[in-house]
Design a protein. Structure first.
Length: 128
């Protein structure tokens, strides 16, 4: 019986998978079955961690804004500043506010002072 040569489609599929797994270590980058398992696992982890990355960055931005605000006594708290921004219809997201707080603090102070004047914010009795 003569030998039958196989086609190239399966080989192309496997080389594509191997290109995905180039940075993996050991059998995870060489053996086809383990490459498929690791690929599934890697894609699942990437999908899951995108959400946690968004949460972590939002927490970081909020922390930065709060630190700068409390340092100079611009506003009593982060939540009060955000509330005043919404009342004054100045919709800046937390990422932009954090960049302003880090790179140009005077600009953040000016924004908060304008908002306080516009909204008519009065300090409560408990604030020093």
């Amino acid at each position: 019986m003569t030998r039958i040569r196989r086609g190239y489609i399966a080989r192309r599929r496997r080389t594509k998978m191997r290109l995905f797994a180039l940075s993996f270590r050991g059998a995870h980058s060489r053996l086809t079955r383990t490459i498929t398992q690791q690929k599934i696992r890697a894609l699942f982890s990437a999908d899951r961690d995108r959400g946690s990355q968004k949460r972590n960055f939002r927490r970081l931005w909020i922390t930065r804004i709060n630190a700068v605000i409390r340092e100079k006594g611009v506003s009593h708290s982060y939540s009060r500043l955000i509330h005043d921004l919404y009342k004054g219809r100045l919709l800046l997201n937390r990422k932009i506010l954090a960049q302003i707080a880090i790179l140009n603090r005077d600009c953040l102070y000016m924004i908060s002072n304008e908002i306080i004047k516009e909204v008519g914010y009065k300090k409560s009795v408990g604030i020093i």
